[in-house]
Design a protein around this ligand. Structure first.
Ligand SMILES: [Mg+2]
Length: 345
């Protein structure tokens, strides 16, 4: 199965802005082969990510065997080593890697979860991520919630965060899971103050309180914080996660398969976590690109709800009463409108 073309495009939809400077810039990759199969993936980095695929990664892959997923990942990583390793280039490689895994599934006529040795058909528990307050209607539909609180900065910040957590717990009752996300915006001292104040409200984890490179801060938090620390959506490759695992910076690892280097790296990150007895809860894990790994590799899965910016990907199973179930479609099961690639050679 030789690769005959690698195409990349940034679909412009109202929910997917063509801006690479935010994490929202997702783009589509298509890999065509001489046997007529096309694999699809999604990477990050918007128009800049598209440029990396079109001008660098495409040439590396043309004429290669699509089956050699690991070797092709290494070739892409090594060829971009001087300016890659983390961030935008790895986000671009992620989209290509996912397209190769999609081909792998399609060539075997199996869902990617089955290729990974797992099963499909079991409903997978999910949690829903919110930037607004939880409503009673949401409580009827979901079993677990994560609240973004980094934007609560008016007046007394500590009081504002505590009030949001208290209100969320009162709305969802005592039994449902509740997590909070600070999106890299807090300091060590502020995080510890928040943790002490919200401990009575039963919070399962605090996500990304500090910037990812604040290794010392995270070491201190893991030693002193009474609430589990989650993170990793802004970390890249298994090598990046090795540091997190070896220093025990987080209890819950949250790689994003469309950013961290693709499924090739996500599988390695699951292995690292398993050896260390840590939990993996991928960022946007309920989206089809991550859901196959969640279903296949995690005995106690919890998948995060998807994002509206992925609206250009069809075939996404719905979350019903807090659960999501994979279909048996080959590959990732993505349904992509080829018209999105119009004008893309
Ligand atoms: Mg987050």
């Amino acid at each position: 199965m030789k690769i005959t073309n690698v195409r990349a495009v940034q679909p412009e939809t109202p929910t997917s802005p063509p801006d690479w400077r935010t994490s929202l810039g997702q783009f589509l990759v298509a890999i065509d082969t001489d046997c007529g199969l096309t694999g699809y993936g999604v990477g990050g980095g918007g128009l800049a990510g598209v440029h990396v695929v079109r001008t660098v990664l495409r040439e590396l892959l043309l004429g290669e065997s699509a089956e050699n997923v690991k070797a092709l990942w290494t070739k892409m990583y090594d060829s971009t080593l001087a300016y890659g390793r983390k961030g935008l280039v790895i986000m671009a490689i992620s989209g290509v890697d996912l397209a190769l895994w999609d081909l792998r599934g399609k060539a075997a006529n199996l869902p990617v979860a089955r290729v990974l040795g797992g099963n499909i058909g079991e409903p997978i528990p999910t949690y829903t991520t919110l930037w607004s307050d939880i409503t009673p209607e949401m409580v009827a539909e979901h079993d677990a919630f994560k609240l973004h609180v980094e934007h609560r900065t008016d007046g007394d910040r500590l009081a504002a965060v505590v009030a949001a957590v208290r209100s969320a717990r009162e709305t969802i009752g005592p039994d449902r899971k509740l997590m909070i996300d600070a999106w890299m915006r807090w300091s060590l001292d502020f995080t510890l103050a928040v943790a002490d104040a919200i401990e009575p409200f039963g919070v399962d984890w605090i996500e990304e309180p500090l910037p990812p490179d604040d290794v010392r801060g995270y070491e201190e938090l893991s030693a002193r914080c009474p609430i589990a620390i989650a993170g990793g959506e802004h970390e890249f490759t298994a090598a990046g996660f090795e540091l997190i695992v070896s220093r025990r910076l987080h209890t819950i690892l949250q790689p994003d398969v469309c950013w961290c280097g693709g499924l090739t790296e996500l599988v390695k990150i699951y292995d690292l976590a398993k050896q260390a007895g840590l939990q993996v809860c991928p960022h946007r894990g309920a989206e089809i690109w991550g859901l196959h790994a969640v279903a296949a590799l995690d005995p106690t899965p919890l998948a995060e709800s998807g994002r509206p910016w992925m609206s250009f990907v069809g075939g996404q199973p719905e979350i019903t009463r807090g659960k999501i179930t994979l279909t048996d479609k080959p590959g990732f099961g993505a349904v992509i409108d080829e018209a999105l690639f119009e004008g893309c050679s």
